[in-house]
Design a protein around this ligand. Structure first.
Ligand SMILES: [Zn+2]
Length: 161
């Protein structure tokens, strides 16, 4: 058991991350919380809009509703991303390409000249490591990426809505 009440995170099914509250892990819970708030945004209730990620003063209601939809979709996508990523780890379905892309993402954090430093490395991983070993390496990549703060809301996408 993960906690007294929950077998695993209600969203991503993790047991390796700590429980935060109400059955959600420390990665999923803040998104669940934001989603709850986002669903309560009401154009005619100024107080509810204090947590809206953008200034609503110049927004028309129709535009607001469109943007609200986009922000909610972004939160749902984040939950889906966390779930899919954890699923790969739980089931040991990590492929060489997952590691190739993962190392490229880590490398890009260092601003290298070559944006795909590990291009073609998928085969190297697939030929040298079994699925359990690849999962261990992926967890290490995940450890680094999980420690980077994420911006869930994409304003450009919302404005274009
Ligand atoms: Zn979770």
């Amino acid at each position: 058991m993960w906690t007294k009440k929950y077998k695993e995170c209600l969203n991503c099914n993790t047991q390796r991350r700590r429980h935060k509250s109400n059955g959600y892990c420390l990665k999923c819970q803040p998104v669940i919380y934001k989603l709850k708030i986002a669903n309560s945004w009401n154009f005619n209730n100024k107080q509810s809009l204090e947590t809206f990620p953008m200034d609503v003063i110049h927004l028309k209601e129709v535009k607001f509703e469109k943007m609200k939809k986009v922000f909610i979709k972004q939160l749902e996508n984040r939950l889906d991303y966390l779930k899919k990523r954890e699923h790969k780890i739980i089931t040991h379905e990590i492929e060489g390409t997952d590691l190739e892309y993962g190392f490229n993402r880590l490398a890009s954090l260092c601003n290298p000249k070559n944006k795909s430093l590990f291009h073609g490395y998928a085969n190297v991983f697939d030929h040298n490591f079994n699925s359990e070993q690849k999962t261990i390496i992926f967890k290490l990549i995940d450890e680094i990426e999980s420690s980077i703060p994420v911006k869930i809301f994409n304003f450009v996408e919302a404005i274009k809505a």
